[in-house]
Design a protein around this ligand. Structure first.
Ligand code: TK8
Length: 338
């Protein structure tokens, strides 16, 4: 080191300015971030978390570890989210639906038949609309690292095939703890019973409820086929998954650590969506192989059901809010070209 550079370093030191190269400032500390899941470890959420965890270990020289917990061991969507908000839990993978009491505008994703396909969902969630919703989370104590996928929801029950609107009449249907889902299934004529995900299997087994609605992967992952005879391919809603991180913990991390988490959550997103969609096809076949009677609803009848549910949009638009509705429907119009 020349005399000149020594003098410059001394001056910088006195001025409190680090002379270390930028990249070494991203000091990675030994971290273990626990993540709560309602599903079991064989679910594609596990593939996403494995990819995300491999990424964080690689990017931090083995310092930052993602530690999944399964089957609601650390709470259900809502209670685990409350733990994340309080800072007693680092992460949770949760559907948006149970959080609408905290952020009402998320209810837009619960509107029946909002999305027609995954491509639309990805474009809306990964674009300015998804960013708009994510920007609301720090105010309630969370940071959304990325949008992952729960998926398109279908209906199962133990009483009879649902082939037409009238078949919903009187069916006791478990729904997520969400006012729009409760209202939707009441409008169809069902007795909507809000319940946490972890309670579904025993409620179906004891006939406390007749049916429930979830993506194929969840129906298989939780073995609902053991206690449900009929699967109707209603595709009545698409559920996004939030990868929520505790803001209290987030604020203790360096900028470098925060960047690794965000970028690795995006790596996990690609893997989780890919496996979720691949597995969804196999899962439907497995449900049939496990004895479920599967039926589709005729297009004309599905239009009739969609028409019946149009009122849900009117009844919940005020709660969701004009800005969220205009944003999502504006994005969908741009995507669909109409
Ligand atoms: C799992 C839940 C589940 C959801 C439900 O934690 O509750 O029916 O579809 O995926 O988020």
């Amino acid at each position: 080191m020349t005399v000149k550079s020594l003098l410059l370093a001394a001056v910088a030191l006195l001025a409190g300015v680090s002379t270390a190269p930028a990249q070494s400032q991203a000091q990675f500390q030994d971290r273990v971030f626990r993540v709560s899941n309602g599903v079991s470890k064989e679910h594609p959420m596990g593939n996403g978390l494995a990819a995300m965890g491999a990424c964080t270990l690689e990017r931090t020289g083995g310092k930052m570890r993602i530690q999944p917990y399964w089957d609601g061991a650390l709470g259900n969507d809502l209670t685990a989210t409350q733990s994340v908000r309080s800072g007693t839990l680092e992460m949770v993978l949760t559907s948006t639906a149970p959080l609408t009491a905290i952020i009402p505008s998320l209810g837009v994703f619960d509107l029946p038949f909002l999305f027609d396909n995954e491509e639309e969902a990805d474009k809306v969630l990964d674009g300015k609309a998804g960013d708009w919703f994510a920007a609301k989370l720090p105010a309630v104590g969370a940071v959304n690292l990325a949008w992952w996928e729960n998926g398109f929801r279908h209906t199962t029950n133990s009483r009879h095939p649902i082939t037409k609107l009238e078949d919903f009449q009187g069916v006791k249907m478990r729904v997520m703890q969400n006012t729009i889902f409760i209202d939707t299934f009441k409008e169809l004529g069902s007795n909507a019973v809000p319940m946490a995900f972890s309670e579904i299997y025993s409620a179906l087994e004891t006939k406390t409820v007749d049916g429930q609605e979830n993506p194929y992967n969840n129906i298989e992952n939780m073995k609902f086929y053991e206690v449900q005879k009929y699967l109707t391919l209603s595709k009545h809603a698409y559920s996004p998954t939030l990868v929520l991180f505790s803001k209290r913990v987030w604020d203790t991390l360096s900028a470098g650590e925060q960047t690794v988490l965000k970028e690795c959550a995006a790596v996990g997103r690609a893997e989780q969506r890919k496996v979720n969609r691949e597995k969804s096809k196999v899962s439907l076949a497995n449900l049939k192989a496990n004895g479920m009677t599967v039926n589709e609803i005729a297009p004309a009848e599905l239009d009739r059901i969609r028409g019946k549910l149009a009122v849900i949009y009117d009844r919940h638009s005020a709660t969701i809010g004009k800005e969220a509705l205009d944003l999502v429907f504006g994005e969908l119009k741009a995507i669909r070209g109409k």
